[in-house]
Write a protein of this length. Structure first.
Length: 181
């Protein structure tokens, strides 16, 4: 029993060490025009995870990804909002991104940061990249005088939900949908 516990403890320590090493080897930088191909691909994958069950089989995956790219292009072309893109890079290149926007609450008039998308490449997951991207988002929001950050996540995206819970995010609103009778 003690050997099994010691083995589990050693595996846990090794995993924590690998995560710390991966996070340390990852750098966060401001996004560039040349990053948008990777960002659009990540956004499309995130959207597919979030919405595919709602639209399948009516919209094939390729058509859905094309629509997601067009949505990104429209949002990027809109210069009326303050936005920022940050890229995570490791020794293999692009590891993920966070795309942010400043929004205003119509009732309190408070300005806040919203995460438009946060994506981490599958090979980079479990190494603290999502945490580092969120911390960059916090810095950006504080720099612009925001007191809070908000995001949306699909209930089936369990990995993202776990990340956000571990960062102290709380559910403040449920959005529900159904076909019209």
């Amino acid at each position: 029993m003690a050997a099994a516990a010691a083995g589990a403890s050693a595996r846990g320590a090794a995993a924590a060490g690998a995560a710390a090493k991966g996070a340390a080897a990852t750098r966060i930088r401001a996004g560039r025009e040349s990053d948008w191909r990777n960002v659009a691909r990540g956004n499309a994958q995130t959207a597919w995870i979030s919405f595919a069950s709602r639209y399948r089989p009516a919209i094939p995956a390729a058509a859905f990804r094309a629509r997601a790219r067009r949505f990104d292009l429209r949002l990027r072309a809109d210069r009326s909002a303050r936005r920022a893109l940050f890229i995570a890079e490791d020794e293999r290149g692009y590891a993920g991104h966070v795309w942010l926007e400043e929004r205003g609450d119509p009732w309190s008039l408070e300005r806040y940061t919203i995460v438009l998308t946060l994506y981490v490449e599958p090979r980079a997951r479990g190494y603290g990249v999502g945490h580092r991207l969120l911390r960059q988002a916090y810095r950006w929001g504080r720099r612009h005088g925001h007191a809070r950050i908000q995001l949306s996540v699909a209930p089936q995206n369990e990995a993202a939900l776990a990340l956000y819970r571990s960062e102290g995010f709380e559910t403040m609103l449920y959005s529900q949908s159904r076909p019209l009778p």
